[in-house]
Ligand binder design. Structure first.
Ligand code: HEM
Length: 534
């Protein structure tokens, strides 16, 4: 038996030995063909990419409207589908500077799925904004992901008469008498956060942008819907709110794991919360004033006057739902519009005052002159007092000039627009570059310098408005200008006062690269050390 097995083994072995050279040869042949296949695939891939890119660029170059003799602006459409989106996300400030140098103050690109023209000069922006709303629209120009976050009834998304009506209603919550009501909430919140930054006797290291974001998150939830931390004990709403902001600009694919899916899920948490507050506010008789309270009282009255037929239950339910959707969409919009914008502004306050200690000293001198520096307690800042602090207000204006939180305003062309020596075809996105117009105009001398004093020169602002109406636009322009401007300036003033009198701080990476999407901030979130001011 064992002999038989041995014999079988021997014969198998000898056949294997005979076959071996063939096997090696086969292996070599297989490796060679594998290499050929890989090279051929790569070559095919590159050729396809090359051809698609040529077709992509040719296609958009040929989109020009033949009824106009003007050419498209200079620029490039980048890669198929993604265009130049990645260039801007990864390149940050360098990409913008290079483009401006290469193409000048108006150039074409392809961003977030749409052919886009960026305009970097105040004169061109003035010309374009004069064509609104006939030839350019606003809400529809926003990327799909942004529109989905705001909601269909949001003031930011609706247009025409509907926009004017919703904005008029919302603006009732931003008049001075209301701002006075919000001031104690703002001051208490700012003091609470700055105190936590300076706790202990030594230095506290933290990320400045994240610190400001947490502060503003509390601030906005309290002012918009009257929600304190107790009503969000596990911080889920705050977290969802940050997720919405972080994923505002993303590819609008609702697939699990993708940014858009996460953002939509987070928006539901924020919207559910606003709905719960709406239900509670309806039945609450508490006298506390939040933006939501003001809106409920005004919008509720209008809704009753205009929409409800007393005997028509169905119509009444539909209009109540419309009213609730409008309130919720607009609360979410106020959260989003007022969160990272103000966080960015506060972070820039810290950055620019730390980099310019002589300006911080001048600011403290003004506070001292009002006996505000050494004292410091809750409710010691009145609306009128804040309005009278001219250096504080100049700091705000200069921070927003040097580092505008919103770098660009989005519009969509409805028809072909001719602009000086080029055309922008219909359905193209136009971005008015706020950063560009603050830099590329004759209104400001020593543009790169942080100089609050320029705003204190007699007649400076009047001259600016009269001669260069579009040269300063941190809060946008025209009918779409920021609804929360005065609230934002109030929040900034309180922050400037409190941080200057309560804290000393040092930047650990003062010259960090800046990123612009979704908002202006240092790429490393600004590591900083804080300590209590002596
Ligand atoms: C420093 C802080 C802020 C900056 C720099 C800022 C900037 C802007 C800009 C540039 C626009 C115009 C967008 C466009 O033309 O397309 C805008 C619109 C808007 N902002 Fe602000 N914003 C700030 C704070 C706030 C706050 C605190 C709120 C509310 C709580 C707010 C609510 C809005 C709303 C609702 C709009 C849309 C107005 C419309 O479409 O008619 N913003 N903001």
């Amino acid at each position: 038996m064992s002999d038989g097995i041995e014999a079988m083994f021997d014969s198998a072995w000898s056949s294997l030995v005979q076959l071996q050279p063939l096997g090696f040869a086969a292996l070599i042949v297989t490796e060679a063909s594998l290499l050929t296949t890989v090279l051929a695939t790569v070559a095919c891939g590159l050729l396809t990419l090359f051809l698609t890119t040529v077709f992509w660029r040719w296609h958009f170059e040929n989109c020009r409207d033949p009824s106009s003799s003007l050419p498209l602006p200079p620029g490039s459409f980048g890669w198929p589908v993604i265009g130049e989106t990645l260039h801007y996300v990864l390149g940050g400030s360098t990409e913008y500077t290079n483009k401006l140098k290469k193409y000048g103050k108006i150039y074409k690109t392809h961003l977030l799925g749409t052919p886009t023209v960026r305009v970097e000069s105040d004169e061109l922006v003035a010309l374009l904004s004069s064509k609104e709303p006939t030839s350019l629209s606003s809400g529809s120009a926003l990327p799909k992901s942004v529109r989905a976050m705001f909601g269909e009834r949001s003031v930011i998304v609706v247009s025409g008469e509907e926009h004017a009506a919703v904005k008029k209603n919302l603006s009732k919550a931003f008049v001075p008498v209301r701002l006075k009501d919000y001031l104690p909430i703002v001051q208490a919140c700012v003091r609470r956060h700055v105190t936590s930054w300076t706790q202990g006797t030594g230095e506290n290291k933290m990320l400045g942008f994240r610190g400001c974001q947490h502060l503003v998150c509390d601030l906005i939830l309290e002012t918009v819907v009257g929600c304190t931390r107790d009503q969000d004990p596990d911080g889920a709403v705050r977290e969802a709110f940050v997720t919405c902001n972080d994923n505002l600009f993303c590819i609008p694919l609702d697939i699990p794991g993708m940014a858009f899916h996460k953002a939509k899920k987070a928006r539901r948490i924020v919207a559910d919360f606003a709905r719960r507050r709406l239900a509670a506010a309806d039945s609450s008789s508490s006298g506390s004033v939040s933006i939501l309270d003001v809106l409920i009282s005004h919008m509720g009255q209008d809704n009753e006057h205009e929409n409800r037929a007393p005997n028509d239950l169905q119509q009444s339910e539909a209009s109540t739902e419309k009213f609730a959707t409008e309130l919720v969409d607009n609360c979410v919009s106020l959260f989003i519009a007022g969160a990272d914008t103000v966080s960015s502004a506060l972070c820039s306050v810290l950055k620019l005052l730390a980099k310019n200690p002589e300006k911080l000293a001048a600011l403290r001198k003004e506070l001292e002159s009002q006996d505000l520096l050494s004292s410091g307690q809750e409710n010691d800042l009145s609306f009128e007092l804040l309005q009278s602090l001219s250096y504080v207000r100049a700091v705000n204006k200069e921070v927003l000039r040097v580092l505008p939180p919103v770098g660009g305003l989005f519009r969509l062309t409805k028809t072909t627009v001719e602009l000086k020596d080029c055309q922008i075809p219909a359905d193209w996105r136009v971005v008015y570059s706020v950063r560009g117009i603050h830099q590329e105009n004759k209104a400001f001398t020593n543009k790169d310098e942080f100089c609050p004093e320029r705003w204190l020169e007699p007649g400076f602002e009047e001259k600016l408005k009269a001669q260069f109406p579009c040269s300063y636009a941190p809060f946008g322009l025209g009918t779409r200008a920021c609804l929360g401007k005065e609230l934002a300036l109030l929040q900034m003033s309180v922050f400037v006062v409190e941080v200057a009198r309560m804290a000393d701080w040092n930047l650990l990476n003062p010259d960090a690269r800046r990123v612009f999407l979704p908002i202006e901030k240092p790429f490393d979130d600004m590591p900083v050390t804080f300590r209590k001011r002596k």
